[in-house]
Design a protein around this ligand. Structure first.
Ligand SMILES: N[C@@H](CCC(=O)N[C@@H](CS)C(=O)NCC(=O)O)C(=O)O
Length: 210
């Protein structure tokens, strides 16, 4: 099986990048410079949405963190990315569905309000509202972690790697992360994993400089 992975550093593709490294499977990694128009045009010929992450499996393209991680969990069950127990597996997908559909979009609204409306007069208010909602999201993740080490069950799953994306964004945005002790400890646990270190090192991720 030939695996080709497309990512951009500091973006949400870190979730799938961590998942891939956790499988231990060999893969080719391609850094897509989303800020270079010509590069994105070439990338769109491979991945029509032009978004990261994308995983090519024997030439066939899969997009969306949730789908990529669900796929990897199924093909590499020993990775534990998706729990074997059906209810725990569904809880893991549920958590990642919330990440993709709400937490990610709240942060996008905070950072790129122009994606929501062209009306510049509303951008500042939209950004402020998005930032407040993103803070509420990371507070909710912190609360979830108040009585457990991992988001689902007793072991690392794909959801834990995905959560590191939002931790990194909260840090980068200057959100009051010192008020999130459980999330802080979780991020440290996730980052202590050799697979996560490999993904962060390949990305030259700023979390490594903290
Ligand atoms: N729901 C998608 C989101 C993918 C996405 O929006 N990726 C961003 C980076 S965080 C991207 O490629 N942005 C470039 C663009 O929108 O053109 C997922 O979870 O994979």
């Amino acid at each position: 099986m030939k695996l080709e992975f497309y990512y951009t550093t500091t973006t949400c593709s870190l979730a799938s990048h961590i998942g891939l490294e956790e499988t231990g499977a060999p893969f080719d990694a391609h850094f897509v410079k989303l800020y270079r128009e010509a590069e994105v045009a070439a990338y769109r010929r491979v991945v029509p949405s032009g978004k990261v992450p994308a995983l090519r499996v024997d030439g066939k393209v899969l997009t969306e963190n949730l789908a990529i991680l669900a796929y990897l969990g199924r093909v590499f069950p020993e990775s534990g990315l998706i729990p074997a127990d059906p209810f725990a597996a569904a809880s893991c997908l549920s958590m990642m569905g919330w990440f993709a559909s709400s937490v990610h979009l709240d942060r996008r609204q905070a950072r790129v309000p122009s994606r929501f409306t062209a009306d510049e007069a509303t951008h500042e208010a939209l950004a402020l509202a998005g930032s407040a909602r993103f803070l509420a999201d990371v507070r909710q993740i912190d609360l979830m972690l108040s009585d457990r080490e991992w988001l689902i069950g007793d072991h690392f799953t794909a959801a834990d790697g995905y959560a590191l994306v939002f931790w990194a964004w909260a840090v980068a945005d200057g959100q009051p992360v010192d008020t999130l002790p459980n999330y802080y400890a979780h991020a440290a646990r996730v980052m202590a994993r050799p697979a996560v270190q490999r993904a962060l090192a390949r990305e030259r991720h700023p979390l490594l400089d903290l």
